[in-house]
Every structure is written in C-alpha cells, then in structure tokens.
Write a protein that binds this ligand. Structure first.
Ligand code: HPA
Length: 276
C-alpha cells in the first residue's frame, strides 16, 4: 500500500523542526559509502529511529541517519544508509525517504550504490555513471508506485525516458575529468536480492543489456522521477560478478571496495555540487 501523504508530511514537519537547513540536493549513500556524510559541514544529524514510520536500516555498512548541512556551499540532505526491499520492507517504504525529501523541496537527488560488474571490462574500484536502469523487479509487479496514485507528486503513468538526467551526468563527467578519475557509463539492473546472482542469472542480465547489478536504487529513482526530481546515479563497482562460477561474492568484499570508491565518489559529488 502507498504511504498516505499525511504521514509523509508528518515526517517532513519533524525534519523541519529538527534542522534549520533547507536542503536542495538529496543524497543517498549506499553500502560502504556512508562516510561521505561525514564531510557535510554544520551538520544536523537525525537518526532514522526518531522519525515515525521511517524504515530502519538493518544491514552492516548502513548507519541509518539523516545528515543535513552544507557541502561545497550547497544545502544538502544525505541519507547515511538506505533500506532495501530484501530487508522486508514494502516498495513504498523503500521509496519513503525520497518522498520526504521531495516534500522538503529537494530538486536533485544524487543516488549512490555498490554494484557488481556485469560488463566484462568493468573491475572493482570503477565508478559507473548510470545512464539508465532495467527495473526487473518493477516489471514483475514490485514497483513503488503500485497502489493509489499520489497526485501531489506526479501522474499515474510517469515517464522514465530520461530517468538519469543528461545534464547532471555531463557535470559528473566534467567533475571526474577535472579530478583525473576515469569513469564508466552504463545500465544498472535492480534486483531484489539478498542472494547474489548465479552465473546463469548473470549471463541473462548481460544478454538483456545490463552493465552493473545491485539490490537498490531503482525504486528510489522511480519515485524520484514520479515527483519530477532530477537524478544523478553513481555506481561504485565493488566486485566482479560471478559469471564463470569460480568467483565468490560476499558483503565484506562490497564494503572493502567502498574504501577505494569513497574518495572517487567524493571528488565527483563535490565537483557536481560546485557546478549545479
Ligand atoms: N550483485 C548484486 N548486488 C550487488 C553486487 C552484486 O554482485 N555487488 C554489490 N551489490
């Protein structure tokens, strides 16, 4: 079921009372990337647990709090940790943080994730600018917009032709170039998890056009676009997907890769914020 607008607004009102910041850019920091929130200046910190109905992050590598402050002179609100469908939340719950950000007036969402490489040339430590996604889970019926439409956000049948904003991607490319960070570009496929993919799953995902695979991001981006929020999506490639059946994937490897990826993503995000 959809979360009623009154509940979304109640959380937004609490956040307004807990922080005088008026963020214009939202950030969702994925597995192993949450430390980026520590860079935010003059920060107000609000634990997820202080917000009624807010889904709590249960996975290691996700701290579970909101950080509102300034980064590169821009007012930002970062989710240090996110929730995933596989934790047992409904899709509207997974999308709730985006809804609250939208009611707070955020116009741009920077979403990061850790992802497995499906493209044969991608390696752990690579940054991929997301050009598009495959909403495999949504195609099977688990779309965060299922249920009564919330017209305060957008139309019943929202467009997804440019889910990932071209202009923001251009700024990210410039920022990466300016910092000497090579970047990949490609298509992210969102699965439910929590089991990693089998080699046959991965051959299928490659065949349908995926370059990277993960267990987040897509429901958040669908809700963001429904509400007209512009999206920049950044995947940190944390592991080589298990295409051959000889590569074992585990969460420790995902968190470890975050240490290499975090400084790269930081430079790119800072560069984008300077340019927007
Ligand atoms: N598969 C799915 N999700 C992921 C992976 C992966 O290989 N790595 C990080 N998140």
């Amino acid at each position: 079921m959809q979360i009623p607008i009154e509940e979304i607004d109640q959380i937004a009102a609490i956040l307004r009372s807990r922080s005088r910041r008026r963020p214009v850019v939202g950030m969702i920091l994925g597995s192993g990337l949450g430390d980026l929130a520590g860079l935010i200046e003059d920060a107000d910190i609000i634990p997820f647990g202080d917000l009624p109905g807010w889904p709590l992050a249960t996975v290691e590598g996700h701290v579970g709090r909101l950080v509102a402050g300034r980064l590169e002179g821009r007012e930002v609100l970062a989710l240090q940790g996110r929730v995933h469908y596989y934790e047992g939340y409904t899709m509207p719950q997974v999308a709730l943080p985006v809804r609250v950000m939208q009611r707070l007036g955020i116009g741009i969402l920077i979403v990061t994730n850790a992802a497995g490489a499906v493209h044969p040339e991608f390696v752990p430590g690579d940054v991929m600018l997301i050009t598009d996604h495959i909403n495999l889970v949504g195609m099977m019926g688990l779309n965060p917009l299922v249920g009564p439409n919330l017209p305060e956000f957008g139309p019943r049948f929202p467009d997804m032709s440019q889910a990932y904003d071209r202009e923001l991607r251009g700024l990210a490319r410039q920022a990466a170039e300016g910092s000497g960070i090579p970047v990949r570009e490609g298509v992210y496929v969102g699965l439910s998890g929590p089991s990693f993919e089998s080699p046959a799953d991965l051959r299928f995902l490659r065949a349908i056009g995926a370059d990277a695979v993960g267990m987040s991001t897509v429901p958040e981006v669908v809700a963001a676009r429904h509400g007209g929020t512009r999206v920049l999506g950044l995947s940190g490639i944390s592991n080589k997907a298990n295409l051959d059946g000889d590569t074992v994937t585990n969460h420790e490897e995902v968190l470890e890769a975050g240490k290499v990826l975090a400084p790269k993503l930081e430079s790119i995000i800072r560069g984008v914020l300077r340019r927007v």
